[in-house]
Design a binder for this molecule. Structure first.
Ligand SMILES: [Zn+2]
Length: 314
């Protein structure tokens, strides 16, 4: 599995390339330079203005690409209660070879770039997760580099939830992916906690594990009254989107304030400031998720089956 990340710098802002599934990054600058002058298409979704730029040779028609962008934004807006919590985004769609959606990047709540194969079908675009992952970055504050796990983990955690709630993926597929990948997020030998261990596994899947465990504890402790959705909508309501630079301690404090608990700050101490581990087999058993070969069986009689269902259902 390719664990390369692309991290560059432009105009003083970090450009973060995302690879929760180990996607290979193409050479971004060369691909942009090769394309003709971009065409721009304007969308308004959830009160946010999206400017979609098509770039690269033999771009797919905008009539095929715009619904992909619009649907991704609309699913996130629905999750957030109707409004996409960022004023606007410039979204560059770069045509490349193949028939799949490729690598994505996000910068400071203003700019997203996604590579897609010019042989992608409408169905492939409708099932894509990359655009949703990048857009979710634009809905959460920018944090100092050593806390990148928190941003990547949140986008990786929320992306399948947002799509499952919208009917764009299934509960079984969400849990199949998590049971297949969450093991990457556990601390290995010599780990010093999420804040000080910047490997691919800890950044993407350690971060995802943090948000999953926080969500489960919040829902369990409050009998379903509070969840990570309450945390992120609270932060977005404070203007905490990708254009804002926050400290992680502010995120943690506001998460506690939003939920009336100390669950997120306690978990932060366990997993980020120390190499705390999570008993994944016990967690899957409580939630009623059992991996069987390449798929999962969901047990609705498990102790936290209703909690599991509430995560992916509106
Ligand atoms: Zn990302």
């Amino acid at each position: 599995m390719d664990r390369r990340n692309f991290i560059g710098a432009l105009g003083g802002f970090a450009i973060i390339g995302c690879s929760p599934r180990g996607t290979t990054a193409p050479a971004p600058a060369a691909a942009v330079a090769a394309g003709p002058s971009p065409a721009v298409h304007r969308l308004e979704i959830g009160g946010s203005i999206l400017h979609v730029h098509t770039q690269g040779r033999d771009s797919l028609p905008i009539d095929m690409l715009a619904p992909w962008v619009a649907q991704s934004a609309a699913m996130i807006a629905t999750y957030y209660g109707g409004a996409l919590p960022v004023p606007g985004l410039d979204i560059a769609l770069l045509a490349s070879s193949g028939s799949r959606v490729g690598f994505g990047m996000h910068q400071d709540g203003r700019w997203i770039r996604v590579y897609y194969g010019r042989h992608c079908s409408t169905e492939t675009l409708a099932r894509d997760w990359v655009m949703v992952h990048e857009m979710l970055h634009a809905t959460f504050p920018d944090l100092p580099d050593r806390h990148r796990w928190m941003q990547e983990g949140l986008s990786t955690y929320l992306e399948p939830i947002v799509r499952a709630r919208a009917g764009a993926t299934t509960d079984a597929e969400v849990w199949r992916r998590w049971t297949a990948s969450m093991e990457h997020g556990r601390p290995g030998h010599g780990d010093r906690g999420l804040d000080r261990t910047h490997t691919w596994g800890r950044t993407y899947w350690g971060g995802t594990l943090f948000w999953l465990v926080a969500d489960v504890r919040l829902r369990e402790t409050t009998n379903g009254a509070q969840s990570i959705r309450d945390v992120v909508t609270h932060i977005a309501g404070m203007g905490g989107n990708g254009r804002a630079q926050w400290s992680t301690s502010k995120v943690v404090a506001e998460a506690d304030r939003a939920t009336g608990t100390t669950i997120v700050s306690s978990l932060y101490a366990e997993l980020a400031l120390a190499p705390g581990d999570v008993d994944l087999p016990a967690l899957w058993a409580k939630l009623g998720v059992r991996a069987e070969g390449d798929s999962v069986v969901l047990d609705d009689d498990a102790p936290l089956a209703a909690l599991r269902q509430a995560i992916t259902r509106a």
